[in-house]
Ligand binder design. Structure first.
Ligand code: OAD
Length: 234
């Protein structure tokens, strides 16, 4: 169990396994999205350039699936902790907005959001719903691109800096449900560790970066979070 008052800054670092108990599919492993769909056809700029409508339709399938899911108790443990503790930051690789739906506010989205679109010439804007309101920009007619970091894309520099700044100054770092395969995010636990944070991994399975952590909790996110934060009532 963790007594949250013992820590000044708490960083949660979440991956697809955080949303798995909400029934949002993970990327890898059993039922993983990249086992069913070829990312080269759906999740890279080249695919979008070749067939934007096909890529947008794929993301609409994902939006619809996510809208049918609900945050689980683990999401609420984190959002409740945010209400009671002065410095809680969530650095997520997830694009599903599930933390925000549970009421979390301090969320750094490393890989973008399925709920935003961007026109390469104009704005980035929010678009929530089963289907996108428009496939093309109302101002210039250009295809709108999901504001998501796809394979081969650079991450947003400012977002990375925000994440690194939080991670390198936290005194406890809790990673939940990530396979630790996709960089630069997979390097974040090491940054926390090298800066003296106590590092915990929550994952029912070992990951390729399990050895970095001080503690490995082989439980699902909801169970592990309620055990770790027994003082948080939701
Ligand atoms: P992965 O699908 O690679 O890994 C999910 C991890 O969650 C695995 O290690 C599972 O063992 C674990 N897991 C499953 N159920 C869990 C549960 N109930 N509680 C806790 N852990 C559980 O997902 P990510 O590591 O998030 O990138 O993937 C990283 C990036 O790869 C994603 O952000 C995405 C993908 O390509 C982009 O879309 C840019």
């Amino acid at each position: 169990m963790i007594n949250s008052v013992d820590y000044k800054k708490i960083v949660f670092f979440t991956g697809a396994g955080m949303s798995a108990e909400s029934n949002v599919p993970t990327y890898r492993g059993k039922g993983g999205i990249w086992n069913k769909y070829n990312w080269e056809e759906y999740a890279c700029q080249a695919a979008f350039d070749q067939d934007p409508e096909k890529v947008l339709k794929f993301h609409e399938i994902r939006r619809k699936a996510v809208l049918g899911c609900k945050p689980h108790s683990g999401h609420f443990v984190i959002s409740e902790l945010e209400n009671t503790h002065p410095q809680v930051i969530i650095v997520t690789q997830n694009i599903d907005g599930m933390h925000q739906r549970a009421g979390s506010k301090n969320v750094i989205e490393l890989h973008g959001s399925v709920w935003r679109l961007k026109c390469p010439k104009h704005d980035i804007f929010e678009d929530i719903g089963n289907a996108y309101r428009n496939y093309r920009c109302e101002k210039c007619g250009t295809w709108l691109r999901p504001d998501i970091v796809w394979f081969g894309d650079m991450l947003n520099h400012e977002v990375i800096q925000q994440a690194i700044s939080a991670i390198s100054t936290c005194d406890i770092f809790i990673s939940i449900g990530t396979s630790g395969i996709v960089y630069p995010a997979a390097g974040f636990p090491e940054i926390a560790k090298n800066n003296g944070a106590f590092c915990i991994e929550i994952n029912p399975e070992p990951s390729v970066i399990s050895h970095i952590y001080d503690q490995n909790i082989r439980e699902c996110a909801s169970v592990a979070l309620s055990q770790l934060f027994k003082d948080i009532s939701i």
